[in-house]
Design a protein around this ligand. Sequence first.
Ligand code: 5AD
Length: 353
Amino acid sequence: MEKKLKGLLAKLYRKNFLEKPELLYLLENITYRDAGLLFAYARKTRVKTYQRKVYLRSVVEFSNHCRNNCWYCGIRRENKKVERYRLPPETILACCASAYQAGYRTIVLQSGEDEFYTAAVLADLIQTIKREYPGMAVTLSIGEASREKYYRLYQAGADRFLLRHETIATDLYERYHPGMNLQQRLQCLKELKEIGFQTGAGFIVGLPGQTNEILAEELLFLTEFSPDMVGIGPLIPHPETPLGKSPAGSVEKTVILLALIRLLLPEVLLPVTTAVNTLDKYGWEKGLAAGANVIMPVVSPAECRRKYEIYKNKAGVDYAALPEIKKRVENAGFELDMSRGDHCKRLRPAAII
Ligand code: 5AD
């Protein structure tokens, strides 16, 4: 590896910060084969805070109805080929029971932007989960909503909220999210954080038109916003979408970005996302070796997994797969931690409206 790259990596490890031209230089010049030092720094950084622990989240996709029309997403409004479904609260609770019994202590409730689930319905569901499954953290991943709705969900007991910003480049954001607006997305993120949620942002790797310069801006945005969680994943083109014929995003680039994010945000909760694990059967191992510390198996009922097709062949597992997951994590040199796995600095603050 050339001297300049080595120097930049050492500086990044020491300072947890680089200027944009420095990040750009890294993104332009580092290759996956040559990224051993980057990954070693990223692992050392995660060990300082989270030791070798890997946290687990169980994801339940409770509705694939969506009012949005994102160009990459298989459950976009205009995809008429999707069989739409909504899980009734009882079924969601049954998923929660299975997850709890299997030992999961975080449930991620994920859906399209579906207004069928009002604040009242969701608040009731969250309260029931909190009552019936003590110690279970509840993460929401349900898209944009009003501050008031977010507040009610937090008051009901939800702990965390994932809302990827998808891309920080205004022109790309507007092109791929018709009728949506980046400022509004960022406003939602800001409000979630203010209200008190452990908040997750993140972007898609390999959107057509995404340059290394934009990726450097993604990294700077994350550094500045400093979310508690960051989810990134490669684009997986879905045939029934406008980006159906685009090339897939690169797993290797994604893994390099994971390592950079770990170094820029040493304490962040950083999952190896399902998209990485879908494109690469060693996705988890590669992500963990690059500083990721969370895995998020999709444990929705098999029937839902089939219909919640944001991209093809999305990886999913059964509740029973836990021993296998454990084996993979341990073989990769890490240990499964079945506690809630909160952000190391976050105690639950009182809500601010
Ligand atoms: N490929 C990769 N990621 C996708 N997402 C949605 N569709 C795709 C796709 N085709 C991501 C978005 C969204 C998250 C739940 O999944 O970033 O926020």
